[in-house]
Design a protein around this ligand. Structure first.
Ligand SMILES: [Mn+2]
Length: 345
């Protein structure tokens, strides 16, 4: 197996880790299962060996991830700005996990850039920021950054230290970033790691229950409403989408994370190859796309909605009214489908 964790880089990293008096693990804003999984997986692994390590995230994860072991120890820049600032200022080593560029951390960016600490990027997004990283470990074929944390531990020859806590976190990242082992980035390696984690005692059924069987009634009602009243299907383009206003979200008392899986449900419709979701956020319209096969959902965001992401899962934004964001999408769609004609067959 070829690895991004080459001997020379690992020697350098081990040297930096052993000298560090304060190690801080960071990840992108709007945490997801993978950013939480890789952060906390690495956190437990380092803590077990006595490293002085803290996790510091820009903002809070959605509530369906709060059960993750160690989640309560994460310092949030959003709610504890002074504490977070001090941590980043005084850190000797900062792990930058699951993001390719410091701008993905929102308000944390300036603190990261100003920090004199060594910065270790471990990530699976395209075009990582070479200049920002002291050491860069980038593998865009990896299913998740959590998978890369497992690779990192293996490169250190310390898989024996993976326990229920770190293993559960890593497994959570694998499950969430692969859509439960469905997306095309799911490899034999991904399944191998999942199998090895099971051998090490993690309870996979509990992870799935925690992730998927804890819906609030309000959330289910919102999903029902969205599918019944707001779903638009464009059969000629094998595309479907939903858009929700803030008023509609308020009607169902939607909380952070509730609308997360909606776009995947839209994509699950038979014959649909591309799915979109639009919602009103602070000042902007947040947009997500999901696609089947090789349809480049990331290109769609990159070219038209100031975003990017993965081939099958991307995000972007639009400044203006939600109706105009939807209209823009409907206008550019025929061309996008034409350009990727074979992939829509
Ligand atoms: Mn990820």
């Amino acid at each position: 197996m070829t690895t991004i964790f080459t001997e020379s880089k690992m020697t350098e990293l081990v040297r930096l880790m052993s000298r560090a008096k304060s190690i801080v693990i960071t990840s992108h804003k709007s945490p997801d299962g993978d950013s939480m999984g890789c952060s906390l997986g690495l956190f437990h692994f380092l803590l077990k060996q006595g490293y002085p390590v803290t996790v510091c995230h820009p903002d809070m994860a959605p509530s369906f991830l709060h059960w993750m072991p160690g989640s309560e120890h994460i310092v949030l820049l959003e709610s504890e700005p002074e504490k977070a600032k001090k941590l980043l200022e005084n850190a000797d080593l900062i792990f930058c996990l699951d993001y390719h560029h410091p701008s993905r951390t929102g308000k944390m960016e300036e603190l990261l850039v100003a920090s004199k600490a060594g910065k270790i990027i471990i990530d699976h997004h395209r075009d990582p920021d070479q200049e920002f990283a002291t050491l860069l470990f980038s593998d865009i074929t990896a299913s998740s950054t959590s998978q890369l944390i497992y690779d990192f531990i293996e490169a250190l020859d310390r898989l024996d230290l993976i326990d229920e806590k770190s293993g559960t976190c890593i497994y959570t990242g694998l499950v969430t970033d692969t859509g439960s082992f469905r997306f095309s980035a799911t490899s034999a390696r991904t399944h191998h790691i999942a199998g090895d984690l099971i051998n090490r005692g993690i309870k996979t059924w509990q992870v799935h229950e925690n992730l998927f069987d804890t819906n609030s009634l309000n959330k289910l009602k919102m999903v029902s409403y969205a599918l019944l009243e707001k779903l638009v299907i464009l059969p000629e383009y094998k595309t479907a989408y939903i858009w929700l206003t803030r008023k509609e979200e308020e009607r169902f008392q939607v909380i952070k994370g509730d609308t997360e899986g909606l776009v995947n449900q839209v994509l699950s419709i038979e014959g649909i190859r591309l799915a979109g979701f639009f919602k009103e956020a602070d000042q902007i319209i947040k947009i997500s796309f999901r696609s089947k096969g090789e349809i480049p959902a990331n290109q769609l965001c990159k070219m038209h909605f100031e975003g990017g992401g993965h081939l099958n899962a991307s995000g972007g934004k639009y400044v203006g009214k939600i109706e105009d964001a939807v209209q823009k999408f409907v206008t550019i769609l025929p061309n996008f489908v034409e350009e990727n004609k074979a992939l829509f067959e």
